[in-house]
Design a protein around this ligand. Structure first.
Ligand SMILES: Cc1cc2nc3c(=O)[nH]c(=O)nc-3n(C[C@H](O)[C@H](O)[C@H](O)COP(=O)(O)OP(=O)(O)OC[C@H]3O[C@@H](n4cnc5c(N)ncnc54)[C@H](O)[C@@H]3O)c2cc1C
Length: 498
C-alpha cells in the first residue's frame, strides 16, 4: 500500500475540490458515527457525482491498493460506515449521487441513485399518488444505498417486507471497477443466480451500490389505529395471528411495548397519557390501512377486538377516532427510545426470533437477566409481526448511571473481573461496564430459540466477532468464499461483517 500522496492527487484531479475533501475540518463529520461510538481516520473523502466517477475512484483505489469505505447518510448503528484508525482508507460518500432518475407510475417503479435520501424518495412516490413503504425514524438522513446495504426494516415490514423486498434491480460498481447493472425493472427474470441479493445487506463489503430500481405500492387512503391492552407476550402473539388472519395485507403495523416502556414515556415525554384507566402489563399498537376511502375498517376492527375481549384474550382496547388521536397513540410507541435515553444509558439489542417463540424468549431472557443482575430494568418493545424486539436493558431504578458512566469513561469505575456472581448487585457498578456479560445472556438465549442477533441493523464492527458464535462454520465459509470471489484484494470495507 502506498502512503497515499499519489492516490490523493489522482483523486483530486478526478473529482475536483468539491469531490475530494482532505482537510480535517471537512472530513471530520464523516468519520464519527451517529451514536458517537466509533471514530476513524481516512486519507480523504471522495464524493463522486456519477456512477462513472464511482467506478474511476474504485479503479484508482484498487491500483494503489487502498481500502474503500462506502457511506450514505451515516445513520447506521453498528459502525459499518466508519473507517479504521489507520488513515489508509478512502471514505466514499454517495451524497452527490442523489438523483431520482425515473419514475414509472404504470409499472409502479422508481429508479433512485444510492445517495438519494429516503424521505426524498417517499415524497417523489407521493407526488405520483404512490407509496414507497420503507419508513424509519432516520428517514430524513439515511439513503437508499445505506438502506439497501443494511437491508433496513422499520414499522411497516409486517405488510411490505424490508428493503430487500422493495428491490427489482441494482446498479453496482464492483471492486474491480466494473459496473454491473440490472435496472430493467423486470418482475420475472429466472436466468440463473439472482445477483442483486448478494449486495443487499452486504454493508458495503462486496461493492458500491450506485442506483436501484424499486417497487412502488398503491397509496393507502384510510387508516385505523388501535391500542390494545394484553396480559402477556403470548396473548399479543395470539392476537397477532387473529388480526393477520382477518385483515390480511391490510395489517400495516403490529407493535408491542411493555408497561415499563409506557411508564418511561409518560415520565419523560410531555403531553403523553395512558389511555387505559388501569395500567396494563403489555400494550399492542395495531395499524390497519386500505386503499379505499370508504372501507369499513374501524367497524371490523371493533368487532374483532370486542369478540377477543369477550373471550378474555385482551384486557381492553381503544380505537382512535381522529388522526390526532392516532398520532397520540403512535407517540406512546415512537417516543420509547427517547424516553429511555432521558432515563439514562442502556444496553441495546436488536434481535429477532420466530414469532411463535417470542413469549419463550422473553420469559427465559427476563428470568436469566434478573438472576444475574438483580434490579436490571428491561425496556422491551418491538415489531411483533416481524418477531423483532428492541430488547434493551437499563440500570436499576434510582441508579445515578450518568455519574457511574463518567467515572467508567475516565477509567475510575470498578469493573470486576470474572463471570457474574449469581447474586451480583449491579447497583455497585456500572451496568454498561458489564455489557459483554449482559449480551452473553441475551444472545445465548436468542440462539437457543433459533433467533438472530441482528434483525435490522447489520453486523458492521459491533457484531462481527459475536456472529462467529451464531453462524455455522459452513455458513461463515460460504460468506468468506463470496467475499473472496468478488473482492480478492479485500479492499471493500475491510474489517466489517467478516
Ligand atoms: C434514529 C434512528 C432510527 C433508526 N431506525 C431504524 C429502523 O427502524 N430500522 C432499521 O433497519 N434501521 C434503523 N436505523 C439504522 C439506519 O438508519 C439504517 O441502517 C439505514 O439503512 C442506514 O442508512 P445510511 O444511508 O445512513 O447508511 P450508512 O450509515 O451511511 O451506512 C450503513 C452501511 O451501509 C454501507 N453503505 C452505505 N451506502 C452504501 C452504498 N451505496 N453501497 C454499498 N454500501 C453502502 C456502509 O458502508 C455501512 O456499512 C436507525 C438509525 C437511527 C439513527
Amino acid at each position: 500500500m502506498s502512503h497515499g500522496g499519489g492516490l490523493a492527487k489522482s483523486l483530486m484531479d478526478l473529482l475536483g475540490p468539491n469531490g475530494w475533501l482532505a482537510a480535517p475540518t471537512d472530513t471530520a463529520p464523516y468519520l464519527t458515527d451517529w451514536r458517537g461510538n466509533y471514530t476513524g481516520k481516512a486519507l480523504g473523502v471522495a464524493r463522486p457525482a456519477t456512477t462513472e466517477e464511482v467506478a474511476a475512484v474504485v479503479r484508482l483505489c484498487s491500483e494503489y491498493s487502498h481500502p474503500i469505505v462506502p457511506q450514505g447518510g451515516n445513520t447506521g448503528l453498528v459502525g459499518g460506515g466508519i473507517p479504521d484508525a489507520s488513515g489508509n482508507a478512502v471514505l466514499l460518500s454517495t451524497q452527490r449521487l442523489s438523483r431520482i432518475r425515473t419514475i414509472d407510475p404504470a409499472g409502479n417503479t422508481i429508479v433512485a441513485e444510492a445517495g438519494c435520501i429516503l424521505a426524498t424518495l417517499q415524497a417523489a412516490a407521493l407526488d405520483q399518488d404512490r407509496l414507497f413503504p420503507l419508513s424509519l425514524a432516520a428517514e430524513g438522513s439515511c439513503t437508499v444505498g445505506g438502506n439497501l446495504s443494511t437491508n433496513a426494516g422499520g414499522t411497516q415490514v409486517v405488510r411490505y417486507g424490508n428493503m430487500r423486498d422493495q428491490v427489482l434491480g441494482l446498479e453496482v460498481v464492483l471492486p474491480s471497477g466494473d459496473i454491473w447493472s440490472s435496472l430493467k425493472g423486470l418482475r420475472k427474470d429466472n436466468t440463473g443466480y439472482d445477483l442483486k441479493h448478494l449486495f443487499i445487506g452486504a454493508e458495503g463489503t462486496l461493492g458500491i451500490i450506485t442506483a436501484a430500481i424499486l417497487k412502488l405500492q398503491p397509496l393507502p387512503k384510510m387508516r385505523v389505529t388501535a391500542l390494545v391492552a394484553v396480559q402477556s407476550p403470548a396473548a399479543a402473539v395470539a392476537l397477532f395471528a387473529n388480526i393477520r388472519n382477518v385483515f390480511g395485507d391490510r395489517l400495516e403495523g403490529f407493535e408491542i411495548f411493555s408497561a415499563l416502556c409506557l411508564q418511561l414515556v409518560l415520565k419523560h415525554i410531555p403531553g403523553t397519557r395512558d389511555p387505559f384507566a388501569t395500567p396494563a402489563p403489555w400494550q399492542v399498537l395495531i395499524e390497519l390501512a386500505d386503499t379505499q376511502t370508504d372501507a369499513p375498517l374501524g367497524e371490523s376492527l371493533e368487532a374483532v377486538l370486542g369478540a377477543a375481549a369477550e373471550r378474555g384474550e385482551i384486557l381492553g382496547a381503544v380505537i382512535a377516532t381522529s388522526e390526532a388521536q392516532a398520532a397520540e397513540l403512535w407517540k406512546l410507541r415512537e417516543e420509547i427510545s427517547e424516553a429511555q435515553k432521558r432515563e439514562g444509558k442502556s444496553i441495546k439489542h436488536d434481535i429477532s426470533v420466530p414469532i411463535a417463540r417470542l413469549p419463550e424468549f422473553i420469559d427465559k431472557a427476563d428470568a436469566a437477566l434478573q438472576r444475574a443482575f438483580p434490579g436490571i430494568r428491561i425496556v422491551n418493545f418491538g415489531h411483533i409481526g416481524d418477531g423483532n424486539l428492541h430488547y434493551n436493558c437499563s440500570m436499576p431504578e434510582g441508579e445515578d448511571n450518568l455519574r457511574i458512566l463518567s467515572s467508567a469513561r475516565s477509567g475510575r469505575a470498578s469493573i470486576p473481573s470474572g463471570p457474574p456472581a449469581a447474586s451480583s448487585d449491579i447497583s455497585q457498578m456500572s451496568l454498561l461496564a458489564r455489557s459483554d456479560e449482559v449480551n452473553r445472556v441475551v444472545y445465548d438465549i436468542v440462539n437457543e430459540v433459533g433467533g438472530s442477533i441482528s434483525a435490522e441493523h447489520g453486523l458492521g464492527i459491533l457484531k462481527r466477532e459475536e456472529i462467529l458464535r451464531h453462524k455455522s462454520p459452513v455458513e461463515m465459509q460460504l460468506m468468506r468464499a463470496v467475499k473472496q470471489a468478488l473482492d480478492p484484494k479485500n479492499l471493500m470495507n475491510p474489517g466489517k461483517v467478516l
